[in-house]
Design a protein around this ligand. Structure first.
Ligand code: MCN
Ligand code: FES
Ligand code: FES
Length: 907
């Protein structure tokens, strides 16, 4: 134990702590300064940054023994408060720089340190600073952070007025389509928003801290689990194993297609007989402190019989591979696509045929915030689980039978989430904390380390895709043949749905009358496949978009012209035979053409013998919704002061669900003339909010948005008088009118059939990506210098949000193209090891052009946006590399050695 006196945010504070406790933990747990976030925990993300004696320092691995007495420490709480914000915080809000907000306090402190040392930084100075201090952000693509820093510095120098950064409501009162800052922005920029780990440490006394006993191999039979030594360890309350679970001890994917050879009940909550992947949870140690829980977890002895580990689809498909789930073949689902005439005769007669095979890798989601959650029994005897879930009602149904609890006795709540990017479409720890709470009868709290986040949550499922295209000599596409394999890891949940995406999105955006193909879902022992932004489109559009460039070369056409010739026009249908809901690709290409011509000139001018520059294109299309009829509900209540409350489950990864609800409701309720702050939000709690469905498939703005419109209209209809004016609250009460209304919406869609044909989505998102790259000839090292997206996401609800969605998605596209992977379980278990893109890997020069075509089925004309920017940006990067240096990389990521090898192969 040591005593330290620290000068924290201007006040002397005494702490008595263990000398190996990290400063971050002391600031959070002893001093309650939870703006200091623990992300990676190993010095790689900057979310725990504070100023120490004026210098930016990461505190997660700084032991208290190394912190001197009277060190001056400044945290975000000490910079500004919600009622008195600092210009940096105001600038962060004005630029929409806090999405999930988890990295925000660390960035704000870092920015403060920068401006202290350099009051007039250039954009490059800012970028260098964030790079040097390892300030990592997974949501924003960094551009808005630099914009915010530049404005904050200008205000601090006196070159700009702080008022210029404050949002002003326009005269017509409309916030739809504006840059209104999201409702959670103030709490995010002041570090006062409580995430799961912040709530966890503030749980009542007696809350048990959990540590997992996890598999250290990827495939094995379990022979025995011995907890006897561990049970004797200090502070241990109980060690929960499969024996303590009252239910089926399985998580189900719920919806399994009828032709799926598995039944979907294949993921144990706690492993009993088999280990299916590295990290599988075997036991949960519940103890008084996290330290005690972890120490005891080390003492649990698990005896295993090692089985062959099938770490990729081809390995699991080999003739001699054993069934990973005995009784279910490793290839457990097939999806065909058959559109129009048979392809064989067309290919025989085609002027040009091109074929290639492609691999899109096991991209890790890498939110800065590791997975976290807790559970308790409430006073009504219901089990309440709080987590990062982006599908509360869905997850409740997936885990309740496994835990052995009736659905009506389970309440699910979403904590504010520090990014998920789709991994939380699958339940992760919900059932673990649930069974631990049921088995101990105590509140329990489980906080993953970043290593656990990386090794034991779902990943993007790698796809092996072969595409053949047949075209006329003038470039008109005639036919397409496809074959795709989805490596879905050991757990089947949604694997069939993901495989269907191959039928829906290979070749999307182009009018191809004849298509034949087949996809397969394969069980392997690598990380289980969970949703990842772009879900299927990222995996397969890469193949068709790179092949389009190969075809253009064969036909001696410009890749832009080849694409333009084939885009959806009057009479076109999608690969599933659906008529596109709007025809905006023509306009997108028209707007993109001059930008492309300018880019071609730019790269030609810049190329030298040692660094070659190139420009590449790729078309991205994705649907908004769950396949077929997709529904959501919402509720609204009118209050005595004339304000209203919207109740909605629009789950927030960090994308801006709060803004989504507010913007959509405010626009619909405009006849009432409410100010935005007169619309209160109650969100993301199954006890208080109706089922809005999961926040996947970029569906919320469209599907929940429409439910919100319907709900608000119910209220408006009830309030409207014969003369067209609206009743006050008092008049409503006097006339005995209800004060609470609900509404819902279901998309007018049909699911795809066995041939992959149908009209699965009411609204689509469209975009043409253009990437400009520089490739070092000696090393193959590629950097993206400019990213452009010309896009149609329908009418825009909030400009800060959609800009941020797009910059952030583009950054993840650059990541998957060049560096990101989770293949080597150990090497890729850290942010740096897995190729996390820091600011210098992402260009500051990002340009977005919006073509806002109103969607007939979209609320106020909006479509979705979330996944569009990650449909095919990587295709454009890869095409740009080829344009620069002739290296054709078809298997991602295009790390330098791969680019170099491709250059050599070409030579
Ligand atoms: N929006 C808008 N105007 C439009 C369309 C959308 O202003 N025309 C806004 C919406 O109000 C919402 C946001 O854009 O705030 C995204 O809307 P939408 O595309 O409907 O997507 P969801 O709200 O359903 O969000 C999910 C989507 C998905 S599937 C993933 S994965 C994802 C994403 O959004 N993960 C994210 N964006 C993310 N952003 C962050 N910061 N973190 C994640 O984990
Ligand atoms: Fe400290 Fe990541 S650098 S939590
Ligand atoms: Fe930076 Fe989410 S806003 S990590």
């Amino acid at each position: 134990m040591i005593k330290r006196t620290l000068k924290v945010n201007g006040v002397e504070r005494v702490v008595i702590v263990e000398n190996d406790t990290p400063l971050a933990t002391v600031l959070r747990e002893n001093l309650g300064l939870t703006s200091v976030k623990i992300g990676c925990g190993t010095g790689q993300c900057g979310s725990c940054s504070v100023l120490m004696d004026g210098k930016v320092k990461r505190t997660c691995s700084l032991k208290m023994s190394r912190v001197e007495d009277f060190t001056e420490i400044l945290t975000t709480e000490g910079i500004g408060t919600p009622t008195q914000m600092h210009p940096i915080q105001i600038a962060w809000m004005a630029h929409g720089a806090a999405q999930c907000g988890f990295c925000t306090p660390g960035f704000i402190i870092s920015t403060y340190g920068l401006i202290l040392s350099n009051p007039s930084p250039t954009r490059e100075d800012v970028r260098n600073w964030f790079q040097k201090h390892r300030n990592a952000c997974r949501c924003t693509g960094y551009k808005q952070l630099v914009d915010a820093t530049m404005d904050a510095a200008a205000v601090m120098r006196g070159d700009m007025k702080v008022e210029d950064l404050l949002f002003k409501i326009p005269e017509d009162g409309r916030i739809w389509g504006s840059k209104y800052p999201r409702p959670t922005a103030v709490a995010k920029v002041t570090g006062t928003l409580d995430y799961g780990a912040d709530l966890g440490i503030k749980m009542p006394e007696g809350t048990l801290r959990c540590a997992l006993v996890q598999a250290e191999v990827s495939h094995a039979n379990i022979l025995s689990i011995d907890t006897s030594e561990a049970e004797k360890m200090e502070g241990v309350f109980k060690i929960v194993t499969h024996k303590d679970i009252k239910g089926k001890n399985l998580i189900t994917g719920l919806i399994t297609f009828p032709t799926n050879k598995g039944d979907g009940w294949d993921r144990p909550i706690l492993a009993e007989k088999k280990i299916f992947q590295f990290g599988d949870a075997i036991a949960i140690v519940c103890a008084d402190t996290e330290k005690h829980a972890k120490a005891a977890a080390e003492k649990v002895v698990v005896k295993i019989e090692q089985l062959p580990e099938y770490m990729s689809a081809p390995a699991a498909m080999a003739d001699d591979a054993i069934e990973i789930h005995p009784g279910t073949p490793n290839v457990y689902f097939e999806q065909k696509v058959a559109k129009g005439e048979d392809t064989a005769a067309i290919f025989d007669k085609a002027d040009a045929v091109i074929e290639d095979n492609f691999y899109v890798s096991r991209q890790p989601h890498m939110p800065i915030e590791p997975d976290v959650g807790f559970a308790y029994m409430d006073d009504d005897g219901k089990l309440c689980i709080h987590s990062k879930s982006i599908g509360l009602h869905l997850h409740a149904a997936m885990i309740a039978p496994g835990m052995g609890i009736e659905l009506e006795n389970l309440i699910m709540v979403q904590n504010f989430a520090g990014g998920t990017f789709g991994y939380k479409f699958s339940p992760t720890m919900e059932a673990l904390v649930g069974v631990a709470c049921l088995a101990t009868g105590k509140p329990v709290f489980l906080n993953y380390t970043w290593f656990q986040q990386q090794t034991y949550t779902g990943k993007r499922s790698p796809f092996f895709t072969t595409v053949r295209l047949a075209a006329d000599s003038d470039g008109k596409l005639r036919s397409m043949e496809t074959d795709w394999i989805c490596d879905h890891g050991p757990y089947s949940e949604f694997g069939d749905l993901l495989t269907l995406r191959g039928a829906q999105f290979i070749g999307a955006g182009y009018d191809i009358a004849s298509i034949r193909g087949k996809g397969r879902t394969v069980c392997t022992n690598h990380a289980w496949g969970s949703a990842f932004r772009g879900y299927g489109s990222t995996e397969v559009e890469f193949a068709s978009e790179v092949l389009m460039d190969e075809l253009a070369e064969k036909l001696n056409m410009d890749p832009f012209d080849l694409r333009y010739k084939n885009i959806y026009r009057e009479g076109s249908t999608t690969p599933t035979g659906q008529t596109p809901e709007v025809l905006s690709l023509e306009e997108i290409f028209t707007q993109a053409r001059p930008l492309y011509e300018a880019a071609k000139k730019r790269v030609a001018k810049k190329s030298t013998d040692t660094i070659k520059h190139g420009v590449g294109l790729a078309l991205g299309v994705y649907g908004c919704g769950l396949d077929g009829p997709d529904s959501a509900g919402a509720e609204i209540e009118l209050h005595a002061d004339g304000t209203v409350t919207m109740y909605a489950c629009w789950l927030d990864h960090g994308q801006g669900a709060d803004m989504g609800v507010l913007g959509t409701a405010h626009e619909t309720l405009r006849p009432l003339g409410l100010a935005p702050e007169q619309i209160h939000l109650v969100m993301n709690d199954t006890r208080t909010c109706p089922n809005g469905g999961p926040a996947g498939g970029s569906r919320s703005q469209v599907v929940i948005g429409n439910a919100i419109v319907a709900t608000c209209r119910e209220l408006l209809d009830a309030m409207r008088k014969a003369d067209g004016k609206y009743r006050s609250y008092d008049e409503m009460v006097k006339e005995n009118k209800a004060l609470r209304y609900s509404g819902s919406w279901t998309s007018p869609c049909t699911e795809c059939d066995a041939d992959g044909q149908g009209s699965p989505f009411a609204c689509y998102m469209y975009g043409l990506f253009m990437m400009e790259v520089a490739v070092e000839i000696a090393t193959g090292k590629t950097s993206v210098e400019k990213a452009t997206l010309v896009t149609d996401i329908g009418k825009i609800n909030n400009r800060l949000v959609v800009d941020g969605q797009i910059y952030g998605g583009l950054a993840q596209g650059i990541g998957i193209a060049l560096t990101e992977d989770y293949e080597d379980i150990i090497k890729h278990s850290t942010m740096v090891g897995a190729g996390f893109p820091y600011i210098k890997q992402i260009p500051d020069d990002m340009e977005i052009v919006y073509v806002e075509t109103a969607r007939p089925e979209g609320p106020h004309g909006a479509s979705g946006v979330g996944e569009l920017p990650l449909t095919c940006p990587h295709g454009a990067v890869i095409n740009a590399i080829y344009n620069a240096c002739g290296a054709r990389v078809t298997h991602l990521p295009a790390r330098p050695e791969k680019v170099l090898a491709a250059m050599k192969a070409k030579a």
